[in-house]
Design a protein around this ligand. Structure first.
Ligand SMILES: CC(C)(COP(=O)(O)OP(=O)(O)OC[C@H]1O[C@@H](n2cnc3c(N)ncnc32)[C@H](O)[C@@H]1OP(=O)(O)O)[C@@H](O)C(=O)NCCC(=O)NCCS
Length: 279
């Protein structure tokens, strides 16, 4: 995660519950209590955990993610928090014991979404294909500019927004941002997202695919797209789509060679935002 993205806090509630009340507590906690807490301001999500190994008598742990320590403090002083705590006490006060702690999130790291792969392409170029990391941000931003039509940024484009989207890709479990290094330098990248459809199952979409002009027509684009495809297949996707400008003849030729066909027509509507130019 990027340093300027707030990492939030975790509010940990550990519960010890009398065995004869466990099933009743578990159902009430899952169906009623935790959803009510999550509806309060500042909460992002909750994870309910049960200890399967360890001596700790507090076997049920609930980890609430909140956006900030201030949000947690505001919640704990709110009438809603008092009401929810009183409800808990009334129902299970004699049968339970709670321990509450606040934890600061130092890092929120994910395992790479795809294993890295090495390949050799035309001109004896040594490629390394891998999922992007935060360290790739500047290189990817530089390559992104090669996707601008005739070198002009799309209306409403800002670098800050592109950087923010880059970080969102890295944290989004349904998306991937992939790079190809040539001789240790990031020289191509691709972004892809998968999404559910009711008619066709899970679909995938490649939003960006660009190779540094210095390394084009040597097979880099082909290898990178194959790599994206392998990730998409592992994600359960049955087919990929992408959109290219009608004038991009070389991209159309490339995609046709990669097995894509122009099966549909993409229609688009743009609108002006109150705070800026049309997007
Ligand atoms: C499209 C793009 C990603 C292809 O990457 P690449 O590494 O050059 O492609 P590869 O070397 O793997 O594949 C080359 C094949 O693509 C086609 N191709 C690539 N560049 C071409 C060009 N300038 N003119 C004609 N065909 C071209 C050819 O079919 C070629 O096969 P061939 O070498 O057997 O003739 C790259 O040109 C690029 O970044 N273009 C600008 C960004 C863009 O348009 N992206 C949208 C694609 S989804």
């Amino acid at each position: 995660m990027h340093p300027d993205v707030p990492k939030g806090v975790v509010y940990l509630v550990r519960t010890q519950i009398a065995p004869e009340r466990e099933a009743e507590w578990d159902q009430w906690h899952r169906q009623s209590h935790v959803p009510e807490v999550l509806a309060e301001r500042g909460f992002r999500r909750a994870r309910r955990l049960r200890m399967v190994e360890g001596d700790e008598p507090h076997r049920y742990w609930t980890l609430y993610d909140l956006e900030s320590a201030d949000a947690l403090q505001a919640y704990r002083q709110s009438p809603a928090a008092m009401r929810l705590a009183a409800q808990h006490d009334q129902k299970f006060g004699h049968a339970s014991n709670l321990k509450r702690s606040t934890l600061e999130v130092l890092d929120d790291l994910r395992a790479p979404i795809a294993p890295s792969e090495a390949a050799v392409v035309g001109g004896n170029l040594h490629l390394m294909l891998r999922a992007a990391t935060t360290a790739d941000e500047n290189a990817v931003l530089t390559l992104l500019k090669h996707l601008f039509d005739r070198g002009t940024a799309p209306p409403g484009f800002t670098e800050a927004q592109a950087r923010s989207s880059f970080r969102q890709y890295l944290g989004d479990p349904d998306s991937g941002l992939f790079v190809a290094e040539v001789g240790g330098r990031v020289s191509a990248f691709a972004t892809a997202t998968t999404y559910p459809t009711m008619r066709f199952g899970r679909r995938g979409h490649v939003e960006d695919l660009v190779v540094d002009p210095e390394f084009r027509t040597k097979g880099v684009g082909h290898r990178l797209l194959e790599y994206v495809e392998r990730w998409a297949r592992r994600e359960g996707v049955t087919h990929l789509s992408t959109v290219i400008g009608l004038h991009r003849e070389e991209s159309r030729k490339f995609l046709t060679q990669e097995g894509f066909s122009d099966a549909s027509l993409v229609l688009r509507k743009r609108w002006a935002t109150s705070s800026g130019p049309p997007i």
